[in-house]
Design a protein around this ligand. Sequence first.
Ligand code: GLP
Length: 242
Amino acid sequence: MDIRIFDTAGDVAEALARRIALALADDPATVLGLPTGQTPVATYAELRRLHAAGEADFSRASTFNIDEFAGVGASDPGSFRSFMDRHLFDAVNVRVERIHFLNGAASDLDAECDRYEAAIERAGGLDIQLLGIGANGHIGFNEPAGELVARTHRVTLTESTRRDNAALWGGDAARVPREALTMGVGTMLKAAALILIATGERKAQCVERTVHGPVTPRLPASFLQLHRHVEVYLDREAASRL
Ligand code: GLP
């Protein structure tokens, strides 16, 4: 793993946004896998700024978000799709038909997962998969478990993850849906390159286990150790146990 440590979360966002803008300049048709959560918010803000300055062009890029709540339509303000519209898509020139999302409101959720896997393949696979990490080591919504599902699938969220996502639901964990759809760890590991972002003291322990611990489904992010191209963007606090 290529570990990059920056002083502050703001420095992480700046460096990562620049990394993505350069990838887009290099290959305008880059296929990006994108996360939600609080961690990438500053990176998305920086990408909006670079775009406004003419330094990040999404006109030929495609995006695939990692996950979405089940039973939630795209226009629901609590959906990850709404989150992405607010933080990135509405302010950059990505074409709407190249924005790909799991449809949490699909009538057949298993078929929806199959459709998503096929869409990723049709796009030629993910070039760069950006990832946040949950404090319990989850990536996307792949929660710690005895075994992991490799492909895009339906999951039951843990109480801690529902609490972590309460901000999108007026701060009320009880309103957070109980189920979600997520890319599997196998789907993510098929990306050409993965970039994990973590900031803040709260992530220090799972970052340490992700980088140095055993590969175990009890810490889904540890599977990143199996990939040949992983970049880890950290601030000093998240890196404090390395
Ligand atoms: C959610 C998302 C994950 C994200 C995680 C961490 O559960 N499904 O993709 O990585 O939260 O969120 P945060 O960045 O807010 O700590």
